[in-house]
Design a protein around this ligand. Sequence first.
Ligand code: GLY
Length: 363
Amino acid sequence: MTDTFQTVTVDLGARTYPIHVGPAARNMLPDCLANAGDISDVVIIADQTVANLHLERVQAVLEQPARVLTFPPGEASKSLTRAETLFNELADARADRKACIVALGGGVAGDLAGFVAASWLRGIRFIQMPTTILAAVDASVGGKTGVNLATGKNLVGAFHQPIAVLVDLELIATLPEETFRAGLAESVKHAAIRDPDLLTWHEQHLSAILKHDPTALTELLARNCAIKAAVVAADEREAGLRAILNYGHTLGHAFEHLYNYQLAHGECVGLGMIGENTIAVARGELDLAVAHRIRDLLAALRLPVALPEPLEPAAVWSTCQLDKKNRAGKVNFVWIRALGEPARVDNVTAAEVADAVATLQAG
Ligand code: GLY
């Protein structure tokens, strides 16, 4: 693979940072650390599986080996208990305010290590090195960090921007095929809410995407990061615009919860977009042809377009009512009224959700 990469900037004034995307983007790690200036110690935080797969290659680009803290793989590690273990390990290592954390892994590593970076000594610098498509196009960009409570996901956390994001395709290359494809749903979401040309691009480059062609993936991931970067730069703390990233997520989160997190987040978001499109079409707000185009693209990317197991519509509705995006007792949805035209809607009814579930059940 070549050493070429694309760079996208997240423009946040004094906290502006680059996202480098390419086959060996890890080679930019020493430059990112040098540009940060005055770093005392580099601490890589990764789950044990990712550490076994990738640590050697990441350490190889550093002049001095980094300290490594690992944790058990899986969503259960996104907890206050695990964060406390990492804090104690940082204390044992005498990590000071000039230490820099490298969050190496998928969304769990990014959210957990980012939360630890946001909290340790009231905040130290960190770099995101996502190793999944989902983390590369979404979670690693934008500074949302946090852990889960028994009562819900991401309930404790902080906005804490990284100083750089390195999306290294050679690290993503080891992803299981299903995990790779699940992340593509967020890419379809970005295209639908912000960049109709990117939707066409997906349709034109299906085979290259599915073959993990490095040139196509560099383009795809850089374009996604540019969309996320622009949204975050305009609304870092989700006072308004950033909520458009929740397209497909109200139904998607309900599906994820009701399937006990056994169906991947991206797969649930894909199903959520199809379901929410059904409601928008029934209301006459969205052209049926656009809804079909999105469903067909998800199918072509080999993502599910029908519910794998039947769900009770009432259970979907009551789960939507628990969504943390809700305000003043209203269930909040984000869908599209056309490609590139997201809309926030808070008057969806139980009957509309039941119809969407019935359509998704039928496939
Ligand atoms: N994943 C949505 C956001 O970062 O705002």
